[in-house]
Design a protein around this ligand. Structure first.
Ligand code: ATP
Ligand code: MG
Length: 392
């Protein structure tokens, strides 16, 4: 009898598919080039922002719509009195903290390993409130507890797809590790493996809950490790642009082989290739979107228009823009330099600086330390339009 893991083949599309390989190359090139012009300090602040964006969209795919304002509040432990909103805030915070550890290189390095997947699941789930750690079996109504970092011990269904039996998960995960081990793959195959493994991981569905979030963090981590990803763009934003399409594409790739010309595995080669093209296309699109948004000339222009408007409405003092532009270009500056930058007397310059700090346009670690650019909600809407959907 065949090993159960053979049911998951093929793990990768065949080599030499020109369109797919060209996409993988394009993704690698564009990912490497993103935001090279931004000051590293600005890049770091943007990274914080985009981690919130990634969390927002990954939870949205799961049907959990947590308003960005609630996410910001969660990060400073300002939690809602309403238990449902509070749980979503804690979930958002958990997602952001796990991604931050990944981005800072604090996760187990080996991707794609079972160890890494268990780590993500453990770190994410152990930060969730108890209410979010119970799921109900839709057929029996039985309540099951999600144990952080534990492979599931019971059976699940994902739409029409029935993932492997719990007792067989080990061989599937072992095959997963082997098939995608980067050292055995060419550079271009590694990029394609990032896409293919996203499907195969959700297909295995190793956990009782959280498979989608873990899979999306896993894809982010592997892109990052390949130096294609960065904390400056979000895979989940791309997948969430059309959630129905993402799920339909996953479902299509669950299809069994369609006749003699469709590869030699149990699952369809053609559909796996299609999924990979879809996934790589989503990544390329997101990088292009962020590259346009972060184009420095356009960014400064949008910032200027917005700030002049705030000045005209008397919500910010004159010369606010000169301080923000300085922070954008040099990353951070000492508070004492405000007079020189604005051309004002010391006292007046400090007033401008305080107004910007009060509204979160400039931030710093302590009251006296240098200031850097901040991204309060209204600035995000104006300087980085469409990063989030429009909220009325
Ligand atoms: N037909 C499918 N084949 C494979 N994977 C799928 C399919 N449909 C959905 N998925 C994946 O499973 C995830 C959600 O499934 P489900 O809600 O059962 O899992 P989960 O463990 O609750 O994940 P999460 O809570 O993080 O979304 C989706 O986000 C998607 O990544
Ligand atoms: Mg779920």
């Amino acid at each position: 009898m065949k090993e159960p893991a053979a049911l998951m083949e093929p793990m990768l599309p065949a080599q030499g598919l020109k369109e797919l390989e060209d996409m993988a190359m394009e993704l690698a090139k564009k990912g490497n080039a993103l935001a090279g012009t931004l000051h590293p300090i600005v890049r770091q602040s943007l990274g914080d922002l985009v981690r919130s964006v990634n969390c927002y969209y990954s939870n949205l795919i799961e049907g959990h719509d947590t308003h960005p304002r609630d996410i910001d509040k969660a990060l400073v432990d300002d939690l809602s009195g309403d238990p449902v909103r509070r749980n979503l805030q804690l979930e958002a915070k958990a997602h952001i903290e796990v991604q931050r550890m990944i981005d800072k290189g604090e996760a187990p390095p080996v991707i794609p390993s079972k160890e890494f997947l268990l780590w993500v699941h453990f770190e994410f789930s152990s930060r969730l409130p108890d209410d979010l750690l119970w799921i109900e079996n839709p057929d029996t109504g039985e309540k099951l507890e999600v144990i952080p970092g534990e492979i599931r011990k019971s059976e699940v269904a994902v739409g029409r797809h029935i993932p492997p039996l719990a007792k067989n998960l080990d061989p599937f995960l072992t095959r997963f590790e082997q098939a995608y081990a980067p050292e055995k793959l060419s550079q271009v195959q590694q990029v394609i493996a990032i896409a293919a493994s996203h499907h195969r991981l959700t297909w295995i569905h190793p956990f009782l809950d959280g498979n989608g979030r873990v899979a999306r963090l896993y894809s982010h981590a592997w892109l990052l490790e390949s130096e294609i990803g960065s904390s400056l763009w979000s895979v989940s934003r791309g997948l969430a642009r059309n959630i129905d399409e993402y799920k339909a594409r996953l479902m299509a790739a669950d299809a069994p082989r369609k006749g003699d010309l469709d590869g030699r595995g149990n699952l369809s080669h053609e559909e796996l290739k299609n999924f990979c093209q879809y996934f790589l296309g989503v990544c390329i699109d997101q990088i292009e979107f962020m590259a346009k948004l972060l184009n420095i000339d356009n960014f400064v222009t949008r910032m200027n228009i917005h700030i002049q408007e705030e000045v005209a409405l008397k919500r910010l003092p004159k010369e606010s823009f000169s301080l923000l532009r300085e922070a954008l270009y040099v990353g951070e500056f000492k508070r004492g330099r405000a007079a020189e930058i604005t051309g004002y007397q010391d006292r007046k310059a400090r007033e401008v600086l305080s107004a910007l700090v009060d509204k979160g346009y400039l931030v710093s670690d302590t009251e006296r330390s240098p200031v850097r650019l901040g991204f309060p909600g209204e600035a995000v809407e104006r300087w980085l339009p469409k990063l989030y959907p429009t909220f009325s």
